[in-house]
Design a protein. Structure first.
Length: 65
């Protein structure tokens, strides 16, 4: 079409440059989802660290070496 004068080189460049601009918002949504997943994992990790052990030492128990 360029050789027959029905399309300019600028139109071709714009046509091939358009898809990455259209998919950029989808990539941003993926990043937002990854951040949300990471925050949920961090909350579970801190909840694990905040738990108290169910087993307690008896009074007068000696320390392990």
């Amino acid at each position: 079409m360029i050789m027959h004068g029905k399309m300019t080189i600028g139109t071709v460049v714009a046509f091939f440059g358009l898809p990455p601009r259209c998919t950029a918002p989808a990539a941003l949504l993926r990043v937002v989802g990854d951040v949300a997943t990471a925050l949920a994992a961090i909350e579970r990790i801190f909840a694990f660290f905040d738990e108290t052990p169910e087993v307690h030492d008896l009074p007068g128990a000696s320390m392990l070496k």
